[in-house]
Design a protein around this ligand. Structure first.
Ligand SMILES: Nc1ncnc2c1ncn2[C@@H]1O[C@H](COP(=O)(O)OP(=O)(O)O)[C@@H](O)[C@H]1O
Ligand SMILES: Nc1ccn([C@@H]2O[C@H](COP(=O)(O)OP(=O)(O)O)[C@@H](O)[C@H]2O)c(=O)n1
Length: 205
């Protein structure tokens, strides 16, 4: 039996944190789809042609810390606007979503394009300022040199690109449950997410 949880939202809203917690709670597999676009973005920065890079992408090697750098995030949001890049990544994501035992996928278009039939959908948001603060703290802890104003500018620029593109723009699915994490602790945000998924029939596998 498969059960898909689709989680979308803007940069650094808490999608990954909630997705990992849901995957652990329900014993589902988790796919951070942003890593697919980050991997293609990293290839672009190395001079590769992005459509060919997306078609050649292998699932392994996606956990590299280098993919978390701000320059890679920016490149990811540029290649993510290319329809052929998105098309090349669809089959892998859909197969992951339908795996036996349940799956959590987080990204920008999971509930709208990749898995419109997902059993549970969440749209995770937070104010741009708090998202930038959280991402800045995360980057600082990793020893990445940056400043809060640059991180806020990156978050805003990516949000605009992600919401403004013609192909699979970032938006909430009509049947998504919205969770605004601006004033929520991680524990409180995860508790809301677990309750929302249970309400849609999700049970630990
Ligand atoms: N509700 C929350 N309160 C405080 N910090 C949070 C909360 N949710 C996430 N974070 C932190 O914010 C940063 C970005 O969260 P993450 O889950 O990676 O976001 P996304 O996957 O949407 O980019 C991480 O350092 C994470 O620990
Ligand atoms: N399903 C997805 C996931 C990511 N992306 C793109 O990939 C970029 C990086 O995504 P991410 O989820 O790793 O970014 P963060 O929210 O972690 O900052 C986004 O800004 C989007 O442009 C997308 O277009 N569709």
């Amino acid at each position: 039996m498969s059960f898909t949880i689709a989680i979308d939202g803007p940069a650094a809203s808490g999608k990954g944190t909630i997705s990992r917690a849901l995957a652990a709670h329900f014993r589902f597999a988790h796919l951070d789809t942003g890593l697919l676009y980050r991997a293609v973005g990293a290839r672009l920065l190395e001079g590769e042609e992005p459509i060919a890079a997306a078609r050649a992408l292998q699932a392994g090697g996606l956990e590299s810390d280098a993919l978390r750098l701000p320059a890679v995030a920016e490149a990811a949001s540029k290649v993510a606007a290319i329809p052929e890049v998105r098309a090349a990544l669809v089959d892998f994501q859909r197969a992951f979503a339908r795996r036996a035992g349940g799956a959590v996928l987080d990204g920008r278009d999971i509930g709208t394009v990749i898995c419109p039939e997902a059993e549970a959908k969440l749209f995770v948001t937070a104010s741009p300022e708090i998202r930038a603060e959280r991402r800045f703290a995360e980057l600082q802890a990793k020893g990445v040199e940056t400043d809060l104003a640059a991180v806020l500018a990156d978050v805003r620029a990516r949000d605009e690109r992600d919401m403004g593109r013609a192909d699979a723009p970032l938006r909430a699915a009509e049947d998504a449950v919205e969770i605004d994490t601006t004033a929520l602790s991680i524990e409180a945000a995860v508790a809301r997410a677990v309750a929302a998924v249970e309400q849609r029939g999700g049970r630990a596998g």
